[in-house]
Design a protein around this ligand. Structure first.
Ligand SMILES: C[S@@+](CC[C@H](N)C(=O)[O-])C[C@H]1O[C@@H](n2cnc3c(N)ncnc32)[C@H](O)[C@@H]1O
Length: 218
């Protein structure tokens, strides 16, 4: 499976961290309507949405899954662009509650469910397959869990097993380089392209802080 080096486990790999984060976002949403953090910023989210909505290979009726949907803003944007069958899942019940409340206020038909992606796959998918799967920051979080080696392997296998033939998988990551992500997913997927992200300069070196990589199912 993955040949890439492991990352040190951190708080971002723990469910309690995300429960606390979304509890705060939920309170802010109730207090003053703030929908919460756009992970990696609006520019990255907009580039993902633009790629999906302008791709001629993706039918707007195809089932879309956002893995680790958090406050659900990416799933909502995708649905606003005309995708008719969008599901977001997250292992934080508080995130699911927040995303449902935000979706309800926007009169959106996005479905949001609780699911632990690396574990109870059958429970949420019930045999469903998807034509487009999105991950913005979730594989990053899974890579920082105490059980990361096993969970990362399971993640790649699970994504592959719920994809329709010729379907697409888009992943945005800040913990892995484009080369590392390709190495981890290639056994199961064909590399399609990277979506350019703004790069920053640090210590005289130019580098990308977020990579968005598009794969197609083998
Ligand atoms: C970095 S946040 C990104 C959230 C969202 N994708 C966004 O862009 O705002 C990572 C998300 O993954 C969720 N998550 C982490 N591990 C998960 C797992 N094994 N199954 C489902 N969700 C998970 C967390 O609860 C959190 O919402």
């Amino acid at each position: 499976m993955s040949q890439t080096a492991d990352l040190e486990p951190s708080a971002l790999g723990k469910k309690e961290f995300w429960d606390d984060q979304y509890q705060l976002e939920l309170e802010n949403f109730h207090d003053h309507g703030d929908e919460g953090e756009v992970w990696f910023g609006n520019l990255v989210m907009n580039r993902i949405v633009k790629w999906c909505s302008s791709s001629e290979s993706i039918d707007k009726k195809t089932p879309v899954l956002d893995v680790g949907s958090g406050n659900g803003l990416l799933a909502l944007e995708i649905s606003r662009k005309g995708f008719l069958n969008v599901l977001g899942i997250d292992y934080s019940e508080t995130a699911v509650q927040l995303s449902r409340e935000i979706a309800k206020e926007s009169s959106s038909h996005v479905r949001l469910k609780f699911a632990i992606f690396c574990r109870n796959l059958a429970a949420f998918s019930k045999g469903s397959k998807f034509g487009l799967i999105l991950d913005k920051g979730t594989y990053d979080a899974i890579s920082l869990s105490d059980n990361a080696v096993e969970d990362r392997g399971k993640y790649v296998e699970n994504i592959h097993s719920i994809m329709l033939p010729n379907s697409f998988f888009l992943i945005a990551t800040c913990n892995w380089t484009m080369e590392e992500i390709v190495q981890s997913f290639l056994p199961y997927f064909c590399f399609v392209e990277t979506i350019p992200t703004p790069s920053f300069q640090f210590g005289g070196k130019q580098g990308n802080n977020v990579s968005i990589v598009v794969f197609k199912r083998n």
